[in-house]
Ligand binder design. Structure first.
Ligand code: UDX
Ligand code: UDX
Length: 468
């Protein structure tokens, strides 16, 4: 089928590329001329596994890029809206981009179109898009508005799109629902996975995803409720971690103990400095606003947000208690991205912790495998940047781990002890165990577990290297 995806961000670009991969002809439209030029020239503005291969496989063929929405809409039956829905100052989702795009589609559509909300939007946005189309003169019979929320995790967005647990379609007519079933047919019948050159199926992926056809309102709520539930799981385990610290329990044992209950599961139960990213913080805030606007109390979401916020300051307090004072201390930070596997730093807890440490007068050298360039747009030269973990740690008073990059697990801890000025590690993502750290002669502080300090006589007195 011929389709348009409006928005070439983390969601729009992945959706456009994967829709081309499963056989459709896709035009990916964006009003950011530079972004489109980069994509047409063969660049990939975001860091996602398999994205580069699929882009080069389909660019210029089934996948083209454009800044002209009009031409794309005229040649498409299905138009996905995947533009930003950032949080406004009040926390409500800012839908101005969605409205702009909906109006433009209405003004240039000719013939029956299915407008698909791919961006995360508050419940009842579908009705507003529908009303906008009518306001712009479209007949009811000329279009349908469908809610088709995405559940892509950054770092695994391509596999999450091609091997989803479920595809949710909120539609008001059978015609639109049938069309959406056709859009996703190669994923629904499992035939895509059999194709030669297909992106490999993750071992835990379902053979055939659920295709849930429901009302637009339910589809919109499913998205917000999903993200809010996952954020709640994280805040819950962080609250339990704080209890563990006071009670002398071990959060990783508690996680195993509760997570082995199939109804709970161990996923999204990793304690740390809390969640970040362009979705959870925004979607929890938007969901709280939806509840308030509908006059329904949903205080639980306020707690989810509050616990998450406090995790950052609790970690800074941990750094202070481990180092006595922070002012003038040189701290090595591993991790700037909001999570492993991505270069995205939006709402990154790592960056929020860094800002709090800078406020207390720390000097920071940071290393991240992918997010340094994007972090520079936020932190600039307020910190220094290292090209690897060991040079970041050179002469530092402590090492902080703030993003759960898998590559940090391979660190040579004995070598780390040699380069650090003091053998102190503060792990904001519980990547290590006290045993691993202490056997390398390092004192270890983490979340939801007791401090594990090595005896004073092993403290290094290496000469301070010059400030960078
Ligand atoms: C966005 C929303 O932020 C998220 O809540 C939703 O789940 C999916 O869509 P993301 O793709 O990360 O997520 O947004 P962003 O990276 O900001 O990309 C949006 C793109 O739309 C940008 O490239 C922007 O240039 C483009 N855009 C925005 C348009 O083409 N036209 C517009 O009118 C506005
Ligand atoms: C999330 C949802 O998982 C996805 O379904 C939705 O479409 C978009 O939002 P994303 O934000 O890309 O995806 O990443 P995710 O893997 O969910 O992590 C979000 C944040 O939670 C990260 O900051 C991560 O570090 C943190 N996290 C995750 C925890 O602190 N503990 C955990 O156990 C899991």
């Amino acid at each position: 089928m011929r389709m348009t995806v409006v928005g070439s961000g983390y969601v729009g670009l992945v959706a456009a590329t994967c829709l081309a991969e499963i056989g459709h002809h896709v035009v990916c439209v964006d009003n950011d001329i530079e972004k489109i030029a980069t994509l047409e020239a063969g660049g990939t503005p975001i860091h996602e596994l398999y994205l580069q291969e699929l882009l080069s496989r389909h660019r210029g063929g089934r996948l083209t890029f454009s800044t002209s929405l009009e031409a794309a809409v005229r040649n498409s039956t299905v138009i996905f809206i995947a533009v930003g829905t950032p949080a406004s100052a009040t926390g409500a989702a800012d839908l101005s981009y969605v409205e702009t795009v909906a109006r433009s589609i209405a003004q240039c559509a000719d013939g029956y179109k299915v407008i698909v909300e791919k961006s995360t939007v508050p419940v009842r946005t579908n009705e507003l898009v529908h009303r906008t189309m009518v306001q712009e003169g479209r007949e009811w019979s000329e279009f349908d508005v469908v809610s088709n929320p995405e559940f892509l995790r950054e770092g695994s967005a391509v596999t999450d799109f091609l091997y989803p647990d479920r595809i949710i379609v909120g539609a008001n007519t059978d015609r639109a629902a049938r069309l959406m079933r056709d859009v996703y047919a190669p994923l629904l019948d499992g035939s895509y996975a059999q194709q030669s050159g297909a992106v490999p199926k993750p071992e835990k992926a379902r053979l055939e995803p659920l295709f849930l056809e429901t009302s637009p309102q339910s589809a919109e709520l499913i998205k917000h409720a999903s993200n809010a539930f996952l954020a709640m799981k994280i805040s819950f385990i962080n609250a339990v971690a704080n209890l563990c610290e006071t009670a002398g329990a071990d959060i990783e044992q508690v996680r195993k103990g509760i997570g082995t209950d199939r109804r709970i599961g161990t996923d999204f139960l990793h304690a740390g400095i809390g969640y970040g990213g362009s979705c959870f913080p925004k979607d929890v805030a938007a969901f709280r606003t939806v509840a308030r606007d509908l006059g329904v109390s949903f205080g639980l979401l306020d707690e989810v947000h509050k616990i998450n916020d406090e995790q950052r300051s609790l970690f800074v307090k941990k750094v202070r208690s481990a180092l006595w004072t922070i002012k003038g201390k040189r701290l090595a930070v591993l991790g700037l991205a909001f999570k492993c596997g991505t270069d995205d730093v939006r709402e990154s807890a790592a960056i929020e912790v860094i800002k709090m440490l800078l406020e207390e007068g720390a000097q920071i050298v940071a290393y991240d495998p992918a997010a340094t360039e994007r972090a520079k747009t936020i932190l600039g030269d307020s910190i220094s940047y290292a090209s690897d973990a060991y040079s970041a740690a050179e002469g530092a008073d402590a090492l902080l781990i703030l993003t759960e990059w898998r590559e940090f697990l391979q660190l040579d801890l004995k070598r780390m002890k040699k380069v650090l000025r003091y053998p102190v590690v503060l792990d904001g993502r519980n990547l290590f165990t006290a045993k691993q750290m202490n056997s390398a002669g390092l004192s270890y502080y983490s979340v939801g577990r007791r401090p594990a300090e090595v005896t004073a006589n092993t403290v290094r007195t290496a000469p301070r290297t010059g400030a960078r």
